[in-house]
Design a protein. Structure first.
Length: 162
């Protein structure tokens, strides 16, 4: 299986998960990066209004990959705008995309519905979905817990590919 892990991480939590996931899958890993970092309020407003943010170019051709994993946090109950911008721009025709959503504790049903619709527009389908609770309030998951969550999802992805 040739896999690519693509992620957006504002504060680094999702990055730790995605990097451990990619390492366990033996996958290529790429970070989605904004041209301009926004304030917390702008991030939430962007999510509410389904904004597309300008992104730094990503050197990644997905045509040679069997598996794509997208890791994204939730903003205002929706997938982070940079992840949605990536999906809008990516060539995912016929791909199965696994989703790992990081959250402060909220449910992922609504973000999965949104991402499923985004992927359907790209003629792609959703494979596995899961969430990682990165923290709530002032209690955040440790780096070890975040890496373990990435490895656990990698194990599920490997099992789905057999």
């Amino acid at each position: 299986m040739k896999a690519a892990v693509v992620y957006y991480s504002r504060f680094g939590h999702t990055a730790k998960v995605a990097e451990a996931l990619a390492q366990d899958l033996g996958a290529e890993v790429r970070r989605i990066e904004e041209l301009k970092q926004r304030s917390f309020m702008a991030m939430g407003w962007g999510a509410i209004t389904n904004a597309r943010f300008k992104m730094k170019p990503m050197d990644l051709d997905l045509s040679g990959y069997d598996t794509v994993v997208l890791c994204t946090p939730i903003w205002a109950g929706k997938p982070a705008c940079p992840a949605r911008t990536f999906l809008h721009d990516a060539r995912l025709d016929g791909k199965e995309v696994h989703l790992l959503i990081s959250t402060g504790g909220g449910e992922i049903d609504k973000p999965v519905v949104i991402l499923t619709a985004d992927l359907a527009k790209k003629n792609a389908t959703v494979g596995l979905t899961d969430r990682v609770i990165t923290g709530f309030g002032k209690k955040y998951a440790t780096d070890a817990e975040l890496r373990q969550a990435g490895r656990a999802f990698a194990s599920k992805v490997k099992g789905a590919g057999s």
